[in-house]
Design a protein around this ligand. Sequence first.
Ligand code: PLP
Length: 416
Amino acid sequence: MLTLDFHPTGRHFLQIPGPSPVPDRILRAMSLPTIDHRGPEFGALGLRVLGGIARMFQTRHPVAIYPASGTGAWEAALVNVLSPGDAVLMFETGHFASLWNRMATRLGLNTEVLAYKGKDDKLPNAPGWRRGVQADMIEERLKADTQHAIKAVCVVHNETSTGVTSDIRAVRLAIDAAKHPALLLVDSISGLACADYRHDEWGVDVTIGGSQKGLMLPPGISFNALSPRAIEASKTAKLPKAFWAWDEIVEMNKGGYWPYTPNTNLLYGLAEACDMLLAPEHGGLAAVFARHERWGEGVRAAVTAWGLEIQCADPSVYSPVLTGVMMPEGVDADAVRKIVYERFDCSLGTGLGKVKGRMFRIGHLGDCNDLTLMAALAGCEMGLKLAGVKLAGSGVQAAMDFFASHPARVPMPKAA
Ligand code: PLP
């Protein structure tokens, strides 16, 4: 029996960029008895969560909910709109963009991966892993594709491995400027319900989301937000699809049901999460985005005061969800993480793929607040010092100064 509900040291600090801590209110909602997924109560729940999740994506079109992790929803997006051998344009912004490319290749798609062309002394093996999608490169490539062989452009909105949030509106404008019919597929698994995201307004055809990040749910459900063009494409696309096929799901969703047994208790949690995040008295989605931006700024103030480098090298695309902290030459980021975990009961995100050992990631998403972040930063600062990293100054002090002088947009209820 795991005894994770009690730590002699108090609550564990789950400071990775997802799964993020699940609030008690959501845990309580998920503890309700599992009901008949064909019964009348379920239909009402289904319609409620479908309405709520559409608002999260800022779409009026259908959203497919899968009982799967984000990887499943990646696959769903590709197999629903593409055919074997189709050319797909991707952009390498980090580990997750690379994994999505690997999946597309395994599915028999013909991928072409663009990457940032500049040099980076700090990360010579992965210069593009410090920047966002370069929309002008996409425009140029699509303009050269006069035969319109490229069927889809796939990009990651919030690259969880690096802490970069790409400008999706700019990608849409690039596709339009090239007058190219390619579909736009966007992974916003870690951006959803943290960073501003507008599926309809930005003309995205499929957006992929996940439960375990801004929605503050455990892992286990994921999403495809659709556009009318994507639904049209799915009618003729030839990659094999059965479980992932949108047609039956969208049809049955009209009554609040699914063609298979859905993840009932996670849907209870999703209904609760939507109520919490969309509540007008808490400022709705605008306040959700604003508080993530503010947390990101506070954490970056700390990293800068330490004299360490933020992995994202372009301030216009700093992630409001997580911050990648690069280590000085010769310091193993995982050794720092180990100290912070063992000494201070705080989990930080590891460096993934090409940046393993070079950086760690601080998640600032979902159910956190100024003081939990301050504690996590204190854990980092102590861990860095114990690991022998020379710090220029106190990040904790810098973050305190930032949070104290920048009140949250939606204030706490006033004391009596
Ligand atoms: N894409 C991004 C941006 C992610 O952050 C993740 C997971 O962290 C995935 C894809 C893969 O999702 P999952 O691990 O839920 O399958």
